[in-house]
Design a binder for this molecule. Structure first.
Ligand code: PEP
Length: 293
């Protein structure tokens, strides 16, 4: 296949022979182009993204029960595009149960390296092998508990995209940083690393989640006004590089989103969905948040 034909084909995955014969730069362009097409198809429906982050919860039995419950309660025409990002060890169960359904799935982290001698790590290609559409990168729990810095997160973002995954880039400030008036500066640096490493066009096929660290798992949700200010600021920062990308970029809010506060948050003009931790562990609360959209 000629290189330009492969690029224009719009198919998300290239055959191995195609991957081997094409230069890296063209493969990356191909994947971003295909992901943008996927985004356009998705945007036509204008559904907000409601994505669950199960963190390190579950057993084989509880995962099966939760998925069954979600499938049983999911309305035939949901008001949101749902997905769950699950512990990697349960991906096979999730793929088995969600394949062909209206719910997508993904992982919570990935290695910045290609498959090889990296004990304990999971490569982007392995996530694709289990049908993942999404992967979270730069969650604050990984930044604090595993020392992940902005450069490593930018590398993970790029590697995910290169494998055909949609990265969900988490950004957000701590309570101390907010109190010191550093929210804009902290988030600008988190975004800048990805902009420098992959370019603004990479955001045409990505998702950002604004997750104030002080709101995660605390019940101390950002007010709709607080969240909107930061979401707008994020969109402005991207717009300074490319207004079209900024306008189409889904920016999700994450941090103690519940059925009780979701409607007001999701009504804000720059909030395009939610990344949900605790409330995604029960089918009724997770789906109810989607019902608020
Ligand atoms: C999260 O960890 O991504 C999150 C938003 O958690 P919670 O909803 O529990 O605050």
């Amino acid at each position: 296949m000629r290189a330009d034909t492969a690029y224009m084909s719009g198919s998300l995955l290239l055959r191995t022979s195609e991957r081997e014969s094409l230069p890296d730069s063209l493969i990356i362009r191909h994947l971003i182009f295909a992901l943008i097409q996927q985004r356009h198809r998705h945007n036509m429906t204008r559904l907000p993204n409601i994505i669950g982050n199960w963190k390190m919860h579950g057993t084989r039995d509880s995962v099966r029960a939760l998925l069954n419950d979600m499938m049983a309660r999911l309305p035939s025409r949901p008001a949101a595009q749902f997905a769950v990002c699950v512990p990697a060890i349960y991906l096979s169960i999730v793929q088995e149960q969600l394949a062909g359904s209206q719910i997508n799935w993904g992982a919570q982290d990935l290695s910045p390296n290609p498959p090889g001698a990296h004990t304990g790590d999971i490569a982007a290609e392995m996530l694709r092998d289990y049908g993942c559409r999404y992967v979270i990168v730069g969650h604050s729990e990984r930044r604090t508990q595993h020392g992940e810095d902005n450069m490593l997160v930018a590398q993970k973002y790029a590697v995910a995209q290169r494998a055909g995954l949609t990265p969900i880039l988490c950004v957000g400030e701590t309570a101390q940083q907010r109190a010191a008036g550093e929210t804009h500066m902290v988030i600008a640096a988190q975004l800048e690393a990805v902009l420098q490493y992959s370019g603004v066009q990479s955001l045409a096929a990505g998702i950002i989640a604004y997750e104030p660290v002080w709101a995660i798992g605390t019940g101390d949700t950002a007010t709709p006004e607080q969240a909107q200010v930061v979401h707008h600021d994020i969109r402005q920062q991207i717009a300074a590089c490319d207004p079209v990308v900024a306008q189409q970029l889904p920016i999700l809010y994450g941090g103690s989103m519940q059925p009780q506060n979701a409607a007001d948050l999701l009504a804000q003009p720059d909030i395009d969905g939610g990344l949900i931790g605790g409330a995604s562990l029960q089918a009724d609360s997770f789906l109810a948040i989607g019902g608020c959209a």
